[in-house]
Structures are given as structure tokens and as C-alpha cells.
Design a protein around this ligand. Sequence first.
Ligand SMILES: [Zn+2]
Length: 442
Amino acid sequence: MVRKAMLKLRGSKRYEYLREYEQLQWQNLDKIENYQFYKLKKLLNHAYKSVPYYKNLFKNLGIHPDDIHNKDDYSKIPILTKNIIKTNQHELISDRFDLKTLVRNTTGGSTGEPLQFYREKDVYEQMSANLMLGLKMAGWNEKKSLILIWGNPKDIQKKNDIILRLKSIFSMSVTLNAYKYNQRSFDSWIQTILNSGNNVYIYGYPSVISDFAYYISSKKINIENVKAIQTSAEQLLPEQKEIIENVFKCRTFDQYGSRECPGISCECEKGSMHIFCHSNLVEFINDPSTPEGTKKLIVTPLSSYAMPFIRYEIGDFAVPLEDQCSCGRGFPLMQMKIGRIYDRFICANGQVVHGTLLVRQVAGIKGIKNFQFHQKDFTNINLFIVKTSSFDDADEEKINSIGKNISAFLGSDVNLDINYVESIPQTIGGKHRQFISDMRFS
Ligand SMILES: [Zn+2]
């Protein structure tokens, strides 16, 4: 039965893509960049012909995709900001796609501006292939156990959510609920790992895996069968890396991407972050607002045709590296500088809820320009909101109902205090945090 399912998966599109990417990674950089530019031109032509926003943009700029001969030409196209996407939702959708067939998604978000967007189903096949490609860099293969410490689909209302799709990618894997957990959950996670054979690979949020590692360490439990841990969706902080590697006695591998631009880069066995050029064109630009020693990342997902993002300002900071990696892969290198950092809500009974679950409550409310949740103590959360100029009564009604939704998973004694403010102070080198907790897990 399992073998049958495996064979079926192997014949699927994600495996076709995986085979293609696996071959491409060993080619030289020139060949990879030629392929990347070919994909870019195809996307630009498609956008020019079928996406109203880009038809207008190219017309106003007086250029045609045929005028773009290299990356320098390409860098003259204006940057796509989250604000432009919010105000041009429908104009950004290609007329070659029927909205009903598309998957609606929202940004997990790094910059505090919740954003809705649409992707065709094929993008998720490519995303699956990239996830497998990245896991293989960490030593995983289909015969080895994979444990996802990730969102539990039961906590997610939208049936087309990316996490449900992620779960379906690895039908042979086990998912542990990273959205809500306590010490009892950790005891059962430990049993799951210990019962999963000699070659266990873990994939998940660094914030949650480091909480888990602290717990294992405090209980002095010995775990010997984890071979590698790949962290994703949040920046892996040095102190998290240290506790995770000490407790699990294996290496961590960082993976970088976002909901709107999956599969941007991944750490190889030699410790370098390789850019997945086949999936995204990544530009590093200087900008006066960029924190010192970093460059602003501009990303073009090369396979998103339903709602193309051309030169998208993702909101993270990194630097390109000129070095060649001794692993032999041709994919170029980058170093992450400032990415997304999430916090957790800690309940009085020891239950922990991932900040993503709260952040989801505000995603999609059009009148919100920026927001931040801040947990002060076990029962009080402040929600700071910066309104857009089009904020209306419907937005206010949705915001007022957030408190009720939140008490469903945090407990009825939790009080949400909503504050409308002019701006939200930025933290850590100019980066915005959507969720901050003053409480610690113990
Ligand atoms: Zn490498």
C-alpha cells in the first residue's frame, strides 16, 4: 500500500520538477543563469500579454519585454511593493486564469502588512520539489523518516491553506502541532522521535524546535537518532541554533523562502546558503533605509503565472556572496542578515500558541496598514493597529471580532486590548515584528 502510494507520488509532477532541479544544481553558474533568464523572459512576456497591471506598467514605461536583454535592463522595472499589490489585487491577476481555480493565500509576513495573493496549483508542485531538494541537501531521502514540526491543519480554517498543502507533500511524514503545544505535547513528541527509527530528519519553526530542545535538556533526555534539522519560515537565531544542535547532537540547516516566494535559498552540507535560481530571481539592492551591512532583497518568483510578482520587495535583508561552495553546486550563494522573527503566546496553564495563529486573524483585513500583537502577561495582549486611509466600519467590525476568535484558542480569560496608533516602532535593525511576547517558556 505504502509502496503503491510512493510510486504514484514518484510519477507526479513534483518528482518531475525534483529530477529537473537535482540535475540543474550541478551545472555551472553560466548555464544556470541562462536558464533563469529564459524563465524570466517567458514570465515577462506572459505578464505583458495577459496581466492588466503589467500591460499598463510596460506601456507607461514605453518598453516591451523584448527590450530587456539582461539583468541590468530588468533592474529598471519599478519595484513591486506590498502596497501596490494591495491596491491592484485584481489587475495583477492574469486573464488566462480563472480565479475559481486558484489557491488564495496570505503572507505569513515579515513587514506587518498582511497581504492576500493567488497562486495556481502547479506552484505548490514546484514548492514541494524545492522542499525535497532542500531536505536532500541536509541528507534526507524518501526512505528516511521526516518529522514536521509545523502547523496542525485542524487549526487552520481555510481549506486551501499552504500548510495543508505542505502536509500533503510528505505523505510518509508525521506532523507534530507547532501551533499549540505544552510540556505534555513535548513528552509525546519525544516518544514519536524515539520510535521513528535510526534516521530521523526534523523540519520546522526554529522558535518551536528551540523551546522543545530546552525542554529535552531540562529533563536530561538523551536523543541519538536525529540526523539533521532543517529550520524554515523564521530566521534561525544563533542561540536557537546552539541549543538545538547541542540537544539533538546534529546540525541545523537553514532554509529561506516565504509564502509568496517559496524556495528562495537553502543551506547545503558545507554550510552555504545556495540560491534556488530556477525558482526565484533574487536581486540585492542598496537602499538608504536598509540596515548597515545589508542589502534589500528583491525577489521575482519565476513560476507564478496566475499573479506574477515582478521585482517584489519581500521585506528581508541579506547579502550576496561571490564565493564558490566546495559542495560543487552551481547555485550562487547568499547570507541571510535579517529575516522574520516570531514569538509565542504563553498561557497560564503552560500551553504555548505560535504567533502565526494570531497574525492570521488580521491577515486579509484591507483597512490595516500595519499591526503588532504584544503579550504583556498571561492574560493581556495589546494589538496595535495602523489604519490605511480607506479604513471603514466593516474593517472595524472585523477587528473587534478578533478578541473573540483569539479566546477560542488562548482561553476566555485572555483580554485583547485594541489600540489604533499612528505608527509602530521597528525593532532589530529596522525590522518590524508582528508578535512580541514578554513571557518566556519554562
Ligand atoms: Zn554548497
